[in-house]
Every structure is written in structure tokens, then in C-alpha cells.
Design a protein around this ligand. Structure first.
Ligand code: GDP
Ligand code: ZN
Length: 443
């Protein structure tokens, strides 16, 4: 069991107005009490008390602080927790932490508070992951996805499916183990097959939406390609101007260019490195460069920039040919220099790129629905969902080929386990629990 008490500085490692040293575990209150000027042992749970940190050996007063006392089980980790709000200098904060360690706490590993919250059943694995997502969120959309996740949206999404599957598994097992037991419906392929197909549909829908969630969370991998001097850099600058988030971006305006992401009305473009394509003098010749090809291959959106003021040449044709199967937007730039607007025509230099921005929204806005609904949060979750799909597909095929249910059950069981893995809940016990609560077999 997790009996030891862990401690860590829970705020960022910079000087600030306030820092928090957090303790969690059976001895959290006792350890905090041993370095407090006041008695914390008699404090009610979920109360904040004013006092001082006192070095128990030298009796030196260290800092003026607030002690927040939270008693198990209604805490983040379901253990006793004390949070010490101190003045936020790095030196004093570290000193308080070291006193906690001296008094018997162990330095927490990264994520260990959240891990305890998970292991102690306070949150499921997807919620734990969402907490991390919230910390890393850098847009409204990411924030929304994270808060849904923290509130347990994935569990809510999966629970009805899990329940349905478990009912059938339990029923099949009873059929196998107690074939003579009359009170339980004898399942056949005719009954289970349509159910399995419906589960498969459900899984497919969840996987589809997960792709949308991914696009909202991670951004659209975007390549801007075109031969030299068509205006790619100018377009990049114009897009950055459109990025309203950049005004408030703490990292600063130029930072985002380096990171390569642009926020456009709820969508994020992740510019992928197409340097090999962008910088080359001779597109046709150098386009074969592996990296550039790969970048284009990986892109979820390719913006092909053409110079609308000149006739297209071989290099343009080559690029158009190469990208024809991709989700792409062909833009004719420099429309301030030419008359006839053909397709999507813009002027990057004059920052008149609305038709392009509109087209991006037209192509990708439908993904926005993902942040309003429960959605899988990351590759790990998607991976297990794909595993569930694979197993369920096998179950369906097996039934279609007339296999006995006791053989099909293994695949259904695997699908169920994969789904449970998403939540980090893989026990055999719940299967047994359901089995015995649904059917009274006490004879
Ligand atoms: P890149 O090599 O594709 O990145 O192209 P640049 O963005 O460096 O632009 C090449 C040249 O075209 C520069 O002199 C730009 O000022 C010019 N340019 C870019 N966009 C436009 C535009 O919309 N209109 C006009 N008239 N010139 C442009
Ligand atoms: Zn950003």
C-alpha cells in the first residue's frame, strides 16, 4: 500500500507571490504540525489556518504561511493532505520542503499526487491524463477538452457500452457454466450478432470523433508549399497576423512562429517543417528530398501557393500533381497584380487572405463539435479503442461464420478488456460482481 507521505513544491519553480508545498499521506498532518507554530492536529478538515513555519531543531521562524488541512477520504489523493501556502521565493519554498523531508516525508515523483488519486480510485486514468492536458493547454479549445476530461467525460462515454457488453459476457458465461439453469436466457448468435454490430458502430463513432478531438487538441498538421517567390513567407506572416491569440501569448509573438502553430478562430494550424520544399531554388529537382516528401505526406492540410500574376509553369504543375490526393487548398497569391480571380485568390503581402481562412474553416470547422462532446483524449486511449474494435470485428466475423458463442466470447472479452484499459480499470472482479448481482445462483 501507499503508506508513505510524499511532499513536493506544487507551484512553478520561479519566484512568485505565493508558492505551495504539498504533503499527502498518512503522516501529512503530523509532519506539517511538527514544523508549524500552531497546532494542526485539531484542525477540522478543509480549513485554512494562519501561522508560521518553525525549524523544529533551531526553532528559527522560517516564513509566515497558511496551512490548508484536508482529511481523507474527501481529498484529491483520498489521503490526508496539507498544503502550505508560503511566500513565493524559491529559497524559502525549498527550505520548507526540506523541513518536510527532514520530518519524514519523501520527495514525490513527478505526477505522484495524481497517480495516488488514480490508484486510490479518486479518478480514472483518463481523468489523470486530462489533468496533465489542462496544465499543457494553450488555447480555449484545449482548455475545454481538458475540463471535460477532468470531469470524467470518457468514462461517461464508455460506461453504457461497457455495461452492455458485460451483460452479454455474463450471460454467455452463465450459459456455459450452468447450461441447465432455466431462469437465464440461452443466448444464440442471432441475439448476440446484432448487438455486437451495434457495439462496433458505437466504437467506430467514438474513433471518428477521437480524430476530431485530436485535430482540435493537437492542431492541423499543415504544410505550406510552393516554388520560390510565390509568397509563402508573406502568407505565413499574414496568417500570424490573423492569430488573435498571439496578442496575449505570453511566449511572445515570434515564439509561436518557431513553435509553428497559429490559432485561427478555434482551429490550430501546426506548421510542419517544409524547409526542404520552401527553400529550394529548384522545386522539381529538390522536391525528391526525403524530408520534404515526408512532411507533405504527414500533412493533414497542404496549402499550395501559386503566383497568380504569372502563368503556371512546370514546377507549379509538379506540385499540383504531387498534392492532388491530399486535403489541400490551392491559393493564387498576388491578386493585387492580376485581374481575374481564379479559385481562391489572395494577397499575402496586403494581408488579404480571408478567402483562404474561410476555406480552412469550411474544411475543418466540423471537428469543433468534438470539444462540446465526450471524446477520447489521446493516442493511448485511441490505441486501446482500436484494439477493442479489432476484437469486436473478430467476434462479429466469428458469429457470421457460425462459431459457437463460447468461442466468440473470448473476442468479446478482449474488446471489453481493451475498453477497460482506457479507463485504467482492468480487474476480473467487476465481471464476477455483475455476474453474481444479475443472476442469483445461490443454490
Ligand atoms: P516565398 O519565397 O514563397 O516565401 O515568397 P516571399 O513571401 O518571400 O515573397 C516573394 C516576393 O513576393 C516578395 O518580394 C514579396 O514581397 C512578394 N509578394 C508576396 N506576396 C505578395 C502579394 O500578395 N502581392 C505582391 N504584389 N507581392 C507579393
Ligand atoms: Zn500558441
Amino acid at each position: 500500500m501507499l503508506k508513505d507521505t510524499i511532499a513536493a513544491i506544487s507551484t512553478a519553480a520561479v519566484d512568485g507571490a505565493i508558492s505551495i508545498v504539498r504533503l499527502s499521506g498518512d503522516d501529512a498532518i503530523e509532519i506539517a504540525n511538527s514544523i508549524a507554530s500552531i497546532n494542526l492536529l485539531n484542525k477540522k478538515s478543509h480549513t485554512i489556518s494562519y501561522g508560521f513555519i518553525v525549524d523544529p531543531i533551531t526553532l528559527q521562524e522560517i516564513d509566515e504561511v497558511l496551512f490548508s488541512v484536508f482529511k481523507a477520504p474527501k481529498t484529491f489523493t483520498r489521503e490526508d493532505i496539507v498544503e502550505i501556502n508560503c511566500h513565493g521565493g524559491r529559497f524559502v519554498t525549498k527550505k520548507i520542503l526540506s523541513l518536510c523531508l527532514m520530518q519524514g516525508a519523501r520527495l514525490a515523483e513527478p505526477g505522484e499526487f495524481t497517480r495516488r488519486a488514480f490508484l486510490n480510485g479518486r479518478i480514472d486514468l483518463t481523468q489523470a491524463e486530462a489533468i496533465n492536458d489542462m496544465i499543457l493547454a494553450d488555447s480555449n479549445e484545449n482548455m475545454k477538452l481538458a475540463i471535460h476530461g477532468i470531469k470524467g467525460s470518457v468514462k461517461k462515454l464508455l460506461d453504457p457500452l461497457l455495461e452492455n457488453i458485460l451483460d452479454i459476457i455474463a450471460n454467455i458465461e452463465v450459459n456455459i457454466d450452468y447450461p441447465e439453469y432455466d431462469d437465464v436466457e440461452m443466448l444464440t448468435n442471432d441475439v448476440v450478432l446484432p448487438k455486437a454490430k451495434a457495439w462496433l458502430d458505437n466504437i467506430d463513432t467514438i474513433l471518428d470523433r477521437a480524430q476530431s478531438g485530436k485535430i482540435m487538441k493537437e492542431g492541423i498538421r499543415t504544410a505550406i508549399v510552393g516554388k520560390p517567390n510565390v509568397g509563402k513567407s508573406s502568407l505565413l506572416n499574414a496568417l500570424l497576423e490573423e492569430d488573435k491569440a498571439i496578442v496575449t501569448d505570453i511566449a511572445g509573438t515570434t515564439r509561436d512562429i518557431v513553435e509553428g502553430h497559429i490559432h485561427l478562430g478555434g482551429l490550430t494550424l501546426n506548421l510542419i517543417d517544409t524547409a526542404g520544399i520552401r527553400d529550394t531554388e529548384d522545386v522539381v529537382e529538390k522536391i525528391g528530398i526525403q524530408r520534404s516528401l515526408q512532411a507533405m505526406e504527414d500533412a493533414q492540410l497542404v496549402i499550395v501557393v501559386l503566383d497568380g500574376s504569372r502563368p503556371l509553369d512546370e514546377q507549379d504543375d509538379e506540385l499540383l500533381e504531387m498534392t492532388k490526393d491530399k486535403t489541400r487548398i490551392v491559393v493564387y497569391n498576388k491578386n493585387d497584380l492580376y485581374e481575374v480571380a481564379d479559385g481562391i485568390s489572395i494577397s499575402a503581402a496586403k494581408q488579404e487572405i480571408t478567402p483562404l481562412v474561410n476555406k480552412i474553416h469550411e474544411l475543418f470547422d466540423h471537428h469543433k463539435i468534438a470539444i462540446e462532446e465526450p471524446v477520447l483524449g489521446n493516442e493511448r486511449q485511441i490505441g486501446f479503442m482500436m484494439k477493442a474494435k479489432q476484437s469486436m470485428l473478430q467476434a462479429v466475423e466469428a458469429m457470421e461464420n457460425g462459431l459457437e458463442l463460447d468461442l466468440v466470447e473470448i473476442d468479446i472479452q478482449d474488446a471489453y478488456t481493451a475498453l477497460k484499459e482506457i479507463l485504467g480499470e482492468v480487474h476480473r472482479e467487476d465481471l464476477l460482481d455483475t455476474l453474481f448481482s444479475n443472476f442469483c445462483l445461490g443454490k
